[in-house]
Design a protein around this ligand. Structure first.
Ligand code: HEC
Length: 140
C-alpha cells in the first residue's frame, strides 16, 4: 500500500470513529428512560421494595426470585393492572405474605411499579433481530 493510500485509509477510519462516537454519546443516549415517572413517591416505593425484600419472590426486568410472578409489567398487563396490584398488597394471599402496609406505602409501591412498567418489558415474547444486531419488540 502506498503511503498516500495508508494516510487516506487512516483519516477515513479516524473520521468515521469520531462521527460514530459523537452519535453514540449524543443521539443514542437521548432515550426516554422513564425518569419523568421516577417521582419522589416512586423513589420511596423503591426503598420499600428493598425494605420488604419483594425481590426475594418477584422479578423486575427478569431478575429476582421465582416464587411469585415477574412484576415488570403488572401495571399495564390486560386483566391485571393497578387495582389487582393494590389488592395483593392490601391483603396478601395464601402464597403472598400480607405485610400490613399503610395506604401511603401501597401508593408508593404502586408508583414504583408504574415507573418500572414504563422502563422495561419482561418477559420479552415477540421480538425480531435487525440487520445491525439490535433487537426490536414486535408490537401488536
Ligand atoms: C414470600 C414471597 C413473596 C414476597 C416477599 C412478596 N410476594 Fe408478591 N406475590 C407472591 C406470590 C407467590 C404471588 C402470587 C400469589 C397468588 O397468585 O396467590 C404474588 C403476587 C403479587 C402481585 C400480583 C402479581 C400478578 O401478576 O398477579 C403483586 C403486585 C405483588 N405480589 C407485589 C409484591 C410486592 C410489591 C412485594 C413487596 C412489598 C411482594 N409482592 C412480596 C410472593 C411474594
Amino acid at each position: 500500500m502506498k503511503p498516500l493510500q495508508k494516510r487516506l485509509l487512516f483519516w477515513s477510519l479516524f473520521t468515521s470513529f469520531i462521527i460514530y462516537t459523537a452519535i453514540v454519546l449524543t443521539h443514542a443516549t437521548d432515550e426516554d428512560k422513564g425518569t419523568a415517572y421516577l417521582t419522589a413517591e416512586a423513589k420511596q416505593g423503591k426503598l420499600l421494595y428493598q425494605k420488604y425484600n419483594c425481590t426475594a419472590c418477584h422479578q423486575l426486568y427478569g431478575l429476582g426470585g421465582y416464587m411469585g410472578p415477574d412484576l415488570t409489567n403488572v401495571i399495564s398487563t390486560k386483566g391485571k393492572g393497578e387495582l389487582l396490584a393494590r389488592a395483593f398488597l392490601k391483603t396478601g394471599t395464601q402464597k403472598m405474605p400480607n405485610f400490613n402496609l399503610s395506604d401511603e406505602e401501597i401508593n408508593a409501591l404502586i408508583a414504583y411499579l408504574t415507573y418500572v412498567d414504563k422502563t422495561g418489558i419482561s418477559p420479552v415474547r415477540d421480538f425480531s433481530i435487525n440487520a445491525d444486531g439490535t433487537v426490536e419488540l414486535i408490537k401488536h
